[in-house]
Design a protein around this ligand. Structure first.
Ligand code: GLN
Length: 475
C-alpha cells in the first residue's frame, strides 16, 4: 500500500509505477471494502481516464506537483458535473454546476478525485450516523463508529481506499474522525482555505480540512488549496508558504495545556497518561510545557451549539423544494410545498438543529442566547489570544475516548455534543489545529493528540506535528 506522495512520485518518475496502476489498486480495495460504506459514489471511469492523461504528462515532463495523488472528497464539497448531497435526502440528485475552489486547485495540479465520501447529514454529527447513506464502519473494529462528520474521509485514508481526503471542520469534523481512525487531520486557520463550493453549515466556523497519512502530504495539499480567492471574501490575502518544504523544528517551543481539560472526568485514563508522557518527553528535550487554567472551558460547547445552530437555521433556509434537490410533489400550495419538502427531506438531527437555531434567534430569546453567545465567543477569543502571547502551542487530547460503539450515543444528543469538548475551541477562535495519531489504546483502537497554534501559524504547527509524529516511539 502507498504511504506517501513522495514515495509514489519517486516510483512514478523512475517509471516503476504508473498513475493507472495506482488508480486500479485503489479501485480494487474500494470494491473489496465497500461494506465499510466510506464512499457514496466512486468516479471509476473518470479516474481511469484521468490517470492515462497524467501518465502521458509525466512522460512529457509536464505533470503537476500532485501527480499520483488519488484523493477522495467529502460529499459536501462541490465538483463540477458531479453530485454533492451533504449526506442528505434533500440534496438527492443535486449536481454541482461549478468546482469548489479547493477541488479546482487540486485538479490543476493533477490530483485525481476518486469519489465522494460519506458524512453526517450537512456535517452535523460526531459519528457519521446521521447520513442518509447510513453509518460508516471503523476499519479497526467494525462494530464501532468512524467518528464524524467526515467519517468517510477518515476511513478512506485509514483503510487505504485513497491516499488523502478532503473533509470539512466546523467543530472538529476532520480532527475527531482522524483520531478515531488513526490518521492525520488538519483544520486550517479560518480564512486560509476558500469555502467557495463547500456546502454551508455554520459559515463563521466552517473550514475545509485535510485527512492524510503523514504531515508532508497534508502540507502539500494545504499549500495547493490555500490562499486568496475572489469567490470567498473571508479568505485571507496573506501569502501561502510552501509548507511542505520546511518541516524542520526551528526552536524549542513553549507549550500550554489546559488543566481543566486534562482533569476532565470524561477523559479516558490511558489517553491522559499517554499525553502526559508526551509532555515529559518534550520537557526532557528542552521544550517547556505548562498547565494553565482556561476558565471558559465549560462555555465552549454551549457557545458552539448556540452559534452554529443559529447559523445553520439561516443557511439551510435555501432548501425549500423550489431551487435545489428534493421536492415533495404532494403539496397543493407554496406553504405546504415548503413544509412537506423540509419535513420529508431533512433528517432528525438536522431538524433539531434548525429548530434550536430558530429558537435562539427568535424575538424575545435572541439577546439571551444568540447575542450572549456572540459575547462569550469574543471572551473566548480574548482569553486564547492571551495564551498565544505567551505560548506557541496548546496541546490537548483530540477526543475524550476512542471510537465508541455504533448506536451508543445517538439516543442522547447532548452526550453526542460532548464528544466535541476538545475540538470546538479552535473553530470558535478561528485558529488552526491538527490531530495526529498517538498510538493504540489497550482496547485496540487508535487515538490522537491535538495541537493548536495561533492564526496563520500553519508552518510551525505542521513542523511541530511532524516532529512529534516521527518521535512517537519515545513516548
Ligand atoms: N460534531 C460537531 C457538530 O455536530 C462538529 C461538526 C463539524 O465539524 N462539521 O456540530
Amino acid at each position: 500500500m502507498y504511504n506517501s506522495l513522495s514515495e509514489i512520485q519517486k516510483q512514478l518518475f523512475s517509471n516503476q509505477l504508473s498513475v493507472e496502476d495506482i488508480v486500479n489498486t485503489y479501485l480494487k480495495k474500494i470494491k473489496k471494502d465497500s461494506h465499510l460504506n466510506a464512499f457514496v459514489e466512486v468516479f471509476e471511469k473518470e479516474a481511469k481516464t484521468q490517470a492515462k492523461k497524467i501518465d502521458f504528462k509525466i512522460k512529457k515532463n509536464n505533470a503537476g506537483k500532485l501527480a499520483g495523488l488519488v484523493i477522495g472528497i467529502k460529499d459536501n464539497i462541490c465538483y463540477k458535473g458531479h453530485k454533492a448531497t451533504a449526506g442528505s435526502k434533500i440534496l438527492k440528485d443535486f449536481v454541482s454546476t461549478y468546482h469548489s475552489t479547493a477541488v479546482k486547485r487540486l485538479i490543476n495540479e493533477d490530483a485525481i478525485i476518486i469519489g465522494r465520501l460519506n458524512c453526517d447529514e450537512f456535517a452535523m454529527g460526531s459519528s457519521n450516523e446521521t447520513s442518509v447513506y447510513g453509518s460508516v464502519l471503523n476499519p479497526f473494529d467494525e462494530t464501532r463508529v468512524s467518528g464524524g462528520s467526515s467519517g468517510g474521509s477518515a476511513v478512506a485514508v485509514a483503510d487505504n481506499l485513497c491516499l488523502a481526503a478532503l473533509g470539512s471542520d466546523t467543530g472538529g469534523s476532520v480532527r475527531q474522525p482522524a483520531s478515531f481512525c488513526g490518521v492525520v487531520g488538519l483544520k486550517p486557520t479560518y480564512g486560509r482555505v476558500s469555502r467557495y463550493g463547500l456546502i454551508a453549515y455554520a459559515s463563521s466556523f466552517d473550514q475545509i480540512g485535510i485527512l492524510a497519512k503523514n504531515i508532508r502530504d497534508a502540507a502539500l495539499i494545504l499549500e495547493t488549496i490555500a490562499g486568496e480567492d475572489g469567490f470567498d471574501s473571508t479568505v485571507s490575502e496573506k501569502p501561502v508558504s510552501e509548507y511542505s518544504k520546511s518541516l524542520e523544528l526551528s526552536k524549542n517551543h513553549k507549550i500550554a495545556f489546559f488543566n481543566n481539560h486534562l482533569n476532565n472526568k470524561e477523559l479516558d485514563v490511558e489517553i491522559r497518561d499517554k499525553i502526559l508522557n508526551v509532555f515529559d518527553y518534550l520537557n526532557s528535550l528542552g521544550h517547556s510545557v505548562k498547565g494553565v487554567d482556561f476558565k471558559l472551558a465549560n462555555l465552549l460547547i454551549p457557545t458552539y451549539y448556540v452559534l452554529t445552530t443559529a447559523e445553520a437555521s439561516s443557511n439551510l433556509l435555501r432548501y425549500d423544494g423550489v431551487r435545489f434537490g428534493y421536492r415533495n410533489e404532494n403539496s397543493n400550495d407554496l406553504n405546504s410545498l415548503y413544509t412537506n419538502t423540509r419535513t420529508k427531506g431533512f433528517g432528525k438531527e438536522v431538524k433539531r438543529r434548525i429548530m434550536t437555531g430558530t429558537f435562539v434567534l427568535s424575538k424575545g430569546f435572541n439577546d439571551e442566547y444568540y447575542t450572549k453567545a456572540q459575547k462569550v465567543r469574543q471572551l473566548i477569543q480574548d482569553e486564547t489570544n492571551k495564551i498565544f502571547n505567551e505560548f506557541d502551542f496548546i496541546i490537548s487530547p483530540t477526543t475524550p475516548t476512542t471510537a465508541f460503539k455504533l448506536g451508543a450515543k445517538n439516543q442522547n444528543p447532548v452526550e453526542m455534543y460532548l464528544e466535541d469538548i476538545f475540538t470546538v475551541h479552535a473553530n470558535l477562535v478561528g485558529v488552526p489545529a491538527i490531530s495526529i495519531p498517538l498510538g493504540k489504546h489497550s482496547n485496540g483502537m487508535p487515538f490522537g493528540v491535538q495541537i493548536i497554534s495561533d492564526k496563520f501559524k500553519e508552518q510551525s504547527l505542521l513542523a511541530f506535528a511532524d516532529f512529534l509524529l516521527k518521535n512517537l516511539k519515545f513516548f
